[in-house]
Design a protein around this ligand. Structure first.
Ligand code: GNR
Ligand code: NI
Length: 166
């Protein structure tokens, strides 16, 4: 396995739309392993392939305390949703920044698993938030895109400053 480098906002590659995976083969399985290792090491509760500069529709999520409940989703799609709720979010691509974002309260998601088999999942709470955050990354969206332009400008400056000092 290998640790992958995570792109940091504002990086234009975080704003590209990712392509669907045509076939879940050994290349995709290895990428899922490397993404999982990268997520657990960060540490984070989710990671989307575009964050590690792979423009394909793959996400990994694990919200468990013991880090033993890995969920890998290829070509995930929200097939139904209910309600709205606001949660504080953070992102490995925007380190040190936290802000509330409005999301669906409940979602039903369809995806392919690591073996290429289709499955559906109902999610709410932190799992639902995290899956919506990751699917946004596949569509080229970062959570700060939902904030005011003034806040976005402040965050960009903060990120550029921290890059200069690292
Ligand atoms: O580690 C993460 N924590 C988190 C907290 C609240 C809402 C969303 C997230 S996802 C984030 C990891 C990440 O950046 N995934 O893209
Ligand atoms: Ni993120």
């Amino acid at each position: 396995m290998a640790l992958l480098d995570i792109l940091i906002y504002p990086d234009s590659r975080l704003h590209n739309k990712a392509k669907p995976v045509a076939q879940v083969d050994s290349r995709i399985q290895k990428l899922i392993d490397d993404m999982s290792e990268t997520m657990y090491t960060a540490p984070g509760i989710g990671l989307a392939a575009p964050q590690v500069n792979v423009p394909e529709r793959i996400i990994v999520v694990d919200i468990s305390d013991k880090k033993d409940s890995l969920l890998a989703m290829v070509n995930p799609e929200i097939i139904s949703s209910e309600g709205e709720d606001e949660h504080e979010e953070g992102c490995l691509s925007v380190p040190g920044v936290y802000a509330p974002v409005k999301r669906y309260k409940k979602i039903r998601v369809q995806a392919l698993d690591k073996d290429g088999n289709s499955f559906e999942l109902d999610a709410e709470g932190l799992l639902g938030v995290c899956i919506q955050h990751e699917i946004d990354h596949l569509d080229g969206k970062v959570f700060v895109d939902y904030l005011s332009h003034l806040k976005q400008d402040r965050i960009k400056k903060k990120m550029q400053k921290s890059m200069r000092h690292s």
